[in-house]
Design a protein around this ligand. Structure first.
Ligand code: IMP
Ligand code: MG
Length: 178
């Protein structure tokens, strides 16, 4: 059943319901569990948006795995190449670990393309990306998720961890701007 919600000054309508989200998460988690059996992967979830997806997918794994969280800070104009992204809280030793980056959404791909070099620099055994959502039509950087729960159109969404100006993250379903 479609339902409208108002977040700040905008109205959003039901897009992907909580049951469909959980069904898909079980499928993705089962795939990850197969791919990483015996490898003790480390999930690195990028805050804030991915915390709910990360919690659900992590709990749905049937294998031994670790989880850690980072927050990214970007500084504009400090180098000629543009933004510098620093991971706050990346205190884990990644050497020879199988790393799975967990994102809420890959939109342009800018965030991940700036963050990935920080990960590779720490000599992990492997790096893959798991994202709750991706918007293939919005992609501008060479970033490809290995696990995607849902590919969506290039429309603004809130809920299930994703925010509009800091609000709407606690909505249990995913909503799209009407
Ligand atoms: P990217 O760097 O362009 O890939 O953008 C990634 C970040 O933009 C995500 O981690 C979100 O915080 C934010 N974002 C992109 N699209 C949406 C959306 O539709 N709703 C809420 N946040 C979004
Ligand atoms: Mg955001």
């Amino acid at each position: 059943m479609k339902k409208d919600v108002v977040v700040l000054d905008k109205t959003f309508t039901t897009f992907i319901g909580r049951d469909e989200i959980q069904t898909r998460i079980a499928e993705v988690a089962s795939q990850i569990s197969k791919d990483y059996a015996g490898k003790n992967p480390l999930m690195i979830a990028i805050l804030n948006g991915s915390f709910i997806f990360a919690a659900d997918i992590f709990r749905a794994l049937s294998i031994e795995a670790g989880i850690s969280f980072v927050k990214l800070a970007s500084y504009k104009g400090t180098t000629s190449t543009g933004n510098v992204v620093t991971a706050i809280g990346l205190d884990e030793n990644l050497k020879d670990r199988h790393v799975i980056i967990v994102e809420d959404i890959i939109d342009t791909g800018k965030t991940l393309s700036a963050f990935l070099p920080e990960i590779y620099q720490r000599a992990p055994a492997s790096v893959k990306i798991a994202t709750f959502l991706s918007k293939p039509d919005a992609l501008q950087y060479d970033v490809k998720a290995d696990y995607t729960a849902f590919e969506i159109e290039n429309k603004f969404v809130v809920g299930y961890g994703l925010d509009y100006d800091g609000y709407g993250r606690n909505l249990p379903d995913l909503y799209v701007l009407s």
